[in-house]
Every structure is written in structure tokens, then in C-alpha cells.
Design a protein around this ligand. Structure first.
Ligand code: PLP
Length: 388
């Protein structure tokens, strides 16, 4: 069977490659502990599960989703309330909010809604690998801009070549950032909006880690920046704050034309999210937030133990204020692939090589904090013993 050319343009999906490595090591009898994928180990809060159960029993919810691809108005109103409370951002639930099958879906469908074959999308390097596939599926050309540790893993708008800025149609950003854990300030978003307006570029902030924050830090929505509504869309998700990665629900918020464009793609593709899942999401967004706060304390404690271990073996990672990742330099002179292979060989632990997130990820590796405490501690003890 002759597959479409677009599939040939994609590198192997990073986490599929890692899953295969884990399987091979397990087949060799190694008790592998994976600190690779960021997928919460804790359960969804009980009140959210109950809301799903109740809604699933009602035959009214067994039909195509109400309001189809846009999501139920009740869900969109709930998102608007959540954004107003957290970020002080006022959203019109009719036109500026859309239900998504996770933020990953939003990134993908935004590309189909906005990019023509041959258009240019700018991606951060290092960056979340799915952006590349989304742009390529739309037929776009991809250009990458470097994120460096000296700049806090934020792009330097003054260093984006004029020629690239002029031809770019869309810029993907993600703060709090996967994989680096970096965060953005309101001043940064203001600068991004000014740049996007100057060059007529669509700005995206992929924001699924907005709630995964520590030490009193509050994430800033791109929509808090003045004028952002003219050029920006933000994707958010129930996946991380409420341990709902498997439920597949998130939201797009922002510029109404961009929201309408994504909605039009969805109308012709997936017909939206199961009503019962939307009711569960409303329960999560509107309900008690204690479980989410406790979850962040759990990640913070794990983060601190990971940092302590890495520093004890001579590495110097920054302390992330957000996300459930620790992004660390590899030992001096060691490539990220060699270090990840050594950690697997010597400690039976999977870490993600930074090169998997782009050229500028070289020299770094990522540890995910979404593994049960006893397994994380076992992994850290093994790493310490192997590299001390
Ligand atoms: N965007 C980023 C930056 C992510 O790290 C992830 C998941 O790891 C996603 C999107 C996917 O999130 P969702 O489950 O909402 O599709």
C-alpha cells in the first residue's frame, strides 16, 4: 500500500520510540521504570467520575454532542468562568470558546484551518513534537526558532530574521513549556502580540500546564496581553490539572475568527466531545479544586527529590516553577541519546533525550514527575548509585 507523502515527512513519534525501547528492555528481564511520558499517575477526582456516570445514564446524552463541534453552551460558559477567575480574561462563550478533544486536537485543527500548502509555520526548538506533524499535515513549511537556557527558553523576537517574520503565517508557543518547564511573563506576551501584529502572524499559546505550578507561581494566559484577542488563540486542557488525559477534553479560547475556523474543521471531522464527558469537565472546572491543589503539592515534592538527586550527581538543572517536568543538562560532553542509553543500561530508568524535542534540545534530558512515589524514589536511588 502506497501511503501519503505526508506520513513519510514525519519522524517516528518520540514516545512510540521510547515505548518500544521500554518493551525491549523488559523483554530482556529489566525492571524498567519510565520517567519518559508525562501522563498523570493519580486518578481523576471522584466527583468528576460521578458526574460522568450520571450523565452517561441519561439517554439524552447518547446522541451526537449538543451544539456538536462547538461543545455544549454550558461547558463553554464554564470555561469562560474558569478563565475569568484564573486569568481575569473575559471570554464570550458563544464565539470565543470551543470544546476540544484535548489541546493536541486544537493544535492540529488550527493548522488545517489556517495554513495553506506552502505557508510557513514557526515552531520552537526544543518543542512539543506534535506541532510539527500538525503543520506538515496542513502542507505547511516548518521553520524553527531556538530557545536557549540563557534566554530562559523564551524566543528572542529581536533575533527572528525579518524575512522569516514576513513570510510566517503562524507561531506556536507553549508556556509553561514542555519540555523545558520555562514560564512566560505578561511582558513577554505583550512583546509576542506586538510582533505578531507587526508581521500579521497568528499566535498560539499551548497552555495545558497552566495549572501545574509551584511555589506560588501563577501562569499567565496569552489573552491577558492587550490586543491578544486580535491575533491569538490559546489551547487548554482538563488532562493535567484533573488527571483526565484519557478522557480527551480541552478547550480553545481566543480570537473568534480562529475559533470559528477550528470549529468548521471539526464540523467536518469529529462532531465534537461526548456530552457526558463535557458534564464531567464542567464538574471538574466548577467543582472543588482541593484535589488539584494537593496534586500540585505532590508534584512539587517529587520535583524537589528529583532536583536533589540530579544535583547530587553533579548536574545543574534549573528549578521549574511549572509543568511536571525537570529539564536538565546531561553530564559534560555526553550527548542526550548517550546519556539516556546509559541511564537505561545502568539504572533501568527511562529519561527522554532532549534531542527528541529538536536540535536545541541536545545536551539536555527530561524527567517526568508523573510516576508513583515509590517507583520514582527507586528510580532516583538507582540513578544516584549508577552515576555517583
Ligand atoms: N500540548 C503539550 C505541550 C503537551 O505536553 C501535551 C501532552 O503532553 C498536550 C498538548 C496534549 O494535551 P491534551 O491531553 O490536552 O491533548
Amino acid at each position: 500500500m502506497q501511503k501519503a507523502d505526508r506520513l513519510g515527512k514525519l519522524p517516528p513519534y518520540l514516545f512510540v520510540t521510547i515505548r518500544n525501547k521500554i518493551r525491549e528492555a523488559r523483554e530482556r528481564g529489566i525492571d524498567v521504570i519510565s520517567l519518559g511520558v508525562g501522563d498523570p499517575d493519580q486518578p481523576t477526582p471522584p466527583h468528576v467520575i460521578q458526574a460522568l456516570q450520571q450523565a452517561a445514564e441519561d439517554p439524552a446524552n447518547h446522541v451526537y454532542p449538543t451544539d456538536e463541534e462547538k461543545g455544549m453552551l454550558k461547558f463553554r460558559q464554564s470555561v469562560a468562568r474558569w478563565y475569568a477567575e484564573r486569568f481575569g480574561v473575559k471570554l464570550n462563550p458563544e464565539t470565543e470558546v470551543l470544546a476540544l478533544i484535548g489541546s493536541k486536537e486544537g493544535n492540529h485543527h488550527l493548522c488545517l484551518a489556517t495554513l495553506n500548502p506552502g505557508d510557513t509555520a514557526i515552531l520552537p526548538d526544543p518543542g512539543y513534537p506534535a506541532y510539527f506533524a500538525s503543520a506538515v499535515f496542513a502542507g505547511a513549511e516548518v521553520e524553527r526558532i531556538p530557545l536557549s537556557r540563557e534566554d530562559g527558553f523564551l524566543p528572542r523576537f529581536d533575533k527572528i530574521p525579518e524575512e522569516l517574520a514576513k513570510k510566517a503565517k503562524l507561531l506556536f508557543l507553549c508556556y509553561p513549556n514542555n519540555p523545558t518547564g520555562a514560564v512566560a511573563t505578561l511582558e513577554f506576551w505583550q512583546e509576542a502580540v506586538a510582533w505578531a501584529k507587526k508581521y500579521d502572524v497568528i499566535l498560539v499559546n499551548d497552555h495545558p500546564y497552566s495549572e501545574v505550578t509551584f511555589d506560588g507561581y501563577r501562569s499567565v494566559s496569552i489573552l491577558e496581553a492587550e490586543g491578544a484577542m486580535d491575533v491569538a488563540v490559546e489551547f487548554n486542557s482538563l488532562s493535567k490539572p484533573y488527571n483526565m488525559t484519557g478522557w480527551r477534553i480541552g478547550m480553545a479560547v481566543g480570537n473568534s475568527e480562529l475559533i470559528a475556523g477550528i470549529s468548521q474543521v471539526k464540523e467536518n471531522t469529529d462532531s465534537g466531545v461526548f456530552n457526558a464527558v463535557q458534564y464531567a469537565a464542567i464538574a471538574a472546572l466548577d467543582g472543588p479544586q482541593e484535589a488539584s491543589r494537593e496534586l500540585m503539592n505532590l508534584y512539587k515534592a517529587r520535583r524537589d527529590r528529583v532536583l536533589e538527586t540530579l544535583r547530587s550527581i553533579g548536574l545543574n538543572p534549573d528549578t521549574p516553577k511549572a509543568t511536571f517536568y525537570v529539564w536538565s543538562p546531561t553530564p559534560e560532553g555526553m550527548s542526550s541519546a548517550d546519556f539516556a542509553a546509559a541511564v537505561l543500561d545502568k539504572a533501568g530508568v527511562v529519561v527522554t533525550p532532549g534531542r527528541g524535542y529538536g536540535e536545541n534540545g541536545e545536551g539536555f534530558f527530561r524527567i517526568s514527575l508523573t510516576v508513583a512515589d515509590d517507583r520514582l524514589d527507586e528510580a532516583l536511588a538507582r540513578i544516584k548509585a549508577a552515576f555517583s
